[in-house]
Design a binder for this molecule. Structure first.
Ligand code: ASP
Length: 343
């Protein structure tokens, strides 16, 4: 693997498969049955200049579960960037303090620029509308795990990606990652103006996948194996886009009626989260809560083993994990959420 994880472009299919195998070996630790101290003494720098709950906390928790410690900073206000410090200077300074750095920043390309000034591994935790490689890896891990449970294979599967495909960095990374695998059928549905960037559609099609774009969720899709929904990222809208979007009357909400009409008992529904749960939002509806096809919290749980695997691989300790494992000594509930079910 390369020094940094900035884009899925740097990963070969073999490297992705290796990472996912390492992630599955992390499961006993992520499930809190085992502990390891393999990164004892190592320090992670978490630099988040954009809102985050899952990515920041799960990278933090993953590093701690490997035995390391974390220094966390959030927002521009409390960082020296508010005093005009450059990405270069911040990067060099952080490199003297930390053994790995995760960074999220509102500008596309900023994390790559930051990484140019350091030999310490940098992970892109989201650069504006650019990429979110660790989310794509955990999404692929989730699809693989769910398909194994359902007796399905990735090759030939039909995935529907919907929502804000223009600004959704998770789908940008995911579609590139999926394109490394056997031919798939990928259907893209987004409100007008929020379509998947053309170069990504072309790239995936050039790798032998069948890609179709539609304007409405009210279509005949045929069999769907995965419905991957995303939030409309209004914080990235230009004024012009806000105005044109205000007039969009079509409904892009994935809800129980959509599942009843278009999905089977083995379709899984994913979302990188957060979902907009406010009434009237064009997002994944809460009326699906409790439906076993809703994989969103299994997906968030998978963030831990996958992010542990990223750290272990970048820091070269993945072969030491099993040697270091011992039993957990504290109370761990049978399931993490009150509505979780054993599938
Ligand atoms: N949490 C994801 C991201 O940071 C998705 C989102 O914000 O809608 O890209």
């Amino acid at each position: 693997m390369t020094t940094h994880l900035l884009s899925v472009d740097s990963l070969s299919k073999d490297q992705v498969d290796h990472l996912l195998r390492v992630a599955s070996r992390m499961e006993p630790i992520a499930a809190r049955r085992k502990v390891t101290r393999v990164l004892e003494g190592a320090v992670l720098g978490n630099l988040f200049f954009e809102a985050s709950t899952r990515t920041r906390v799960s990278f933090n928790a993953a590093f701690c579960r490997l035995g390391g410690s974390v220094c966390d900073t959030t927002g521009f206000t409390f960082s020296s960037m508010a005093k005009g410090e450059s990405l270069y200077d911040t990067s060099r300074v952080m490199s003297g303090y930390c053994d790995a750095i995760v960074m999220r920043h509102p500008d596309q390309g900023s994390v790559a620029e930051f990484a140019e000034a350091t030999n310490v591994p940098v992970i892109n935790g989201g650069d504006g509308p650019g990429e979110h490689p660790s989310q794509a890896l955990l999404d692929l891990y989730t699809i693989d795990k769910e398909f194994t449970r359902l007796g399905k294979h990735l090759g030939g599967a039909h995935l529907l990606l919907t929502g804000d495909l223009k600004h959704g960095r998770t789908v940008h990374s995911l579609i590139k990652l999926l394109s490394l695998y056997e031919p798939l059928r990928i259907t893209l549905v987004s409100p007008p103006g929020l379509e998947m960037p053309g170069q990504l559609v072309d790239l995936v099609a050039s790798r032998g996948h069948r890609v179709e774009q539609r304007e409405s969720l009210d279509s005949d899709f045929g069999d769907l194996d995965v419905v991957y929904t995303t939030r409309i990222q209004k914080e990235r809208f230009t004024d012009e886009l806000s105005e044109s979007f205000a007039g969009v009357s079509q409904d892009f909400r994935v809800d129980r009626a959509f599942l009843d009409n278009h999905c089977s008992a083995t379709t899984i529904v994913m979302h990188p989260l957060p979902r907009d749960s406010r009434p009237g939002a064009n997002d994944l509806n809460v009326d699906l809560n409790g439906d076993p096809r809703l994989a969103i919290f299994r997906q968030t749980d998978n963030g831990i083993p996958v992010r542990m695997a990223i750290f272990a691989t970048l820091l070269g300790v993945e072969e030491l994990i099993e040697k270091e494992m011992r039993d957990v000594r504290w109370f761990v509930p049978e399931t993490f959420g009150v509505d979780d079910r054993q599938l």
